[in-house]
Design a protein around this ligand. Structure first.
Ligand SMILES: [Zn+2]
Length: 322
C-alpha cells in the first residue's frame, strides 16, 4: 500500500511556469484535469485564499492520496473520479458551466510508474497491463498484442512510438504468439525488443522505451482523448480564461500544438478545398509561440522533466469585433 509521503517525493514538473499563466487575483474556479498526486492543485490552493480547485483523475488510488494531502483546504478542493476526457460532464454534474483556468499535466504520474503491478514499466516484471484505469474493462496491452494482426501491431508501434524497427518487433511478437507463448509480461516484451534492436553502447534510454510508449498510448486511446479534451476546454473557459498543458513526448506536444492552432482559427485544409473541413474556429489565442521547457536545474534535479513541454492558450471574448 503506498503511503502519503510518496506524494512529497515527486515534484510537479514546470510548476511555476504553468501556474504563471493563471490570474490568481481574480480566478474563482480552476480545474486540475490530471490531479495525480495533487502537486499542482496544492500549489494553486496555496496561491489564493479564494480559488476553488476541481481535481480530476481516473486513478482511484491516486485520488485517495490527493484527497488526504489536500484535506486542509476543506471545500475549496473537490476531487472527482473521472478521465479528463469527461471534463465537461464532470463540471456539469457540479453545476459548473465555465471556469477561469484548466491545467493538464500529461506526464504519466510517478505513482503509476512506482506501482509495479500496473505493468507500465520494463523496470519491473509485471503482467503487461498499462491501463490508466484498471477498472475500465478495456483491453490490456497484452490483449492488444494477442489480438491485433502483425501489420496492426507494426503500425501501432511506428505511429505512437516513432519506432523505426516496428516491423521487425511486430514480426517477433507474432512469431512468439504462433509458437504458443504470447508476450504477457513487461520483462518478456522488454527482452524481445532488446533482442531485436540490440543495445548501442552509451545509449541512455532502454531500447524498449518507444515500444512501451506506443502501447501505453494505444491502450489508453490517449491521442483521441487529448484532442477531444482540448476541444472541450475551449468551450469550458470563461473569456480571458487560460488552458495550460504539459506534455512529455513529441507526439502529445504535436497534438496540443495542432489543436491550439485549429482553435485559434488557423485552417489547415489543402488549398483547393472549396470550404474548410478541418474545423478551424477562432476561440483561443495562443500564448506560447514556442513551448516552454524546464530550466536546466529542474531537468538536472528531475530526469522526468527533460522532455517536458508547456503550451498555453487564452479564451477569446465570444463575439469578435469586425
Ligand atoms: Zn480548414
Amino acid at each position: 500500500m503506498p503511503q502519503i509521503d510518496a506524494a512529497s517525493r515527486h515534484r510537479s514538473v514546470l510548476l511555476e511556469e504553468s501556474l504563471g499563466f493563471f490570474d490568481f487575483a481574480t480566478a474563482e474556479i480552476i480545474v486540475d484535469a490530471t490531479l495525480g498526486m495533487g502537486g499542482h492543485s496544492e500549489a494553486m490552493l496555496e496561491r489564493s485564499e479564494k480559488v476553488r480547485v476541481i481535481g480530476l483523475d481516473q486513478d482511484a488510488a491516486a485520488l485517495d492520496l490527493a484527497r488526504q494531502r489536500l484535506s486542509r483546504f476543506g471545500d475549496r478542493f473537490t476531487a472527482i473520479h473521472t478521465n479528463f476526457a469527461d471534463i465537461r460532464s464532470a463540471l456539469s454534474d457540479l453545476g459548473i458551466g465555465s471556469v477561469n483556468g484548466i491545467l493538464a499535466d500529461l506526464g504519466i504520474s510517478s505513482f503509476q510508474i512506482d506501482s509495479p503491478e500496473r505493468g507500465f514499466s520494463f523496470r519491473f516484471d509485471a503482467p503487461l497491463d498499462m491501463r490508466m484505469d484498471p477498472d475500465s474493462g478495456d483491453a490490456t496491452a497484452a490483449e492488444f498484442l494477442e489480438e491485433l494482426s502483425e501489420e496492426e501491431i507494426a503500425n501501432l508501434i511506428y505511429g505512437f512510438g516513432e519506432e523505426r524497427a516496428s516491423r521487425r518487433i511486430a514480426r517477433r511478437i507474432v512469431k512468439r504468439r504462433e509458437e504458443g507463448r504470447p508476450v504477457r509480461t513487461t520483462t518478456e516484451l522488454a527482452e524481445l525488443v532488446a533482442s531485436v534492436l540490440g543495445r548501442k553502447h552509451g545509449e541512455r534510454i532502454h531500447p524498449a522505451t518507444r515500444t512501451f510508449q506506443a502501447l501505453r498510448i494505444a491502450v489508453n486511446r490517449e491521442t483521441e482523448i487529448l484532442a477531444g479534451f482540448i476541444d472541450n476546454t475551449a468551450d469550458l473557459l470563461k473569456p480571458g480564461g487560460v488552458v495550460a498543458i504539459i506534455t512529455f513526448h513529441s507526439l502529445e506536444d504535436r497534438i496540443v500544438k495542432n489543436e491550439f492552432r485549429r482553435l485559434s482559427g488557423k485552417c489547415s485544409c489543402p488549398p483547393r478545398l472549396p470550404v474548410c473541413q478541418c474545423g478551424a474556429v477562432k476561440k483561443l489565442e495562443i500564448l506560447t509561440k514556442k513551448p516552454i521547457e524546464p530550466k536546466p536545474d529542474e531537468s538536472d534535479a528531475n530526469p522526468r522533466a527533460r522532455s517536458a513541454k508547456l503550451r498555453a492558450a487564452r479564451k477569446l471574448p465570444l463575439i469578435e469585433a469586425g
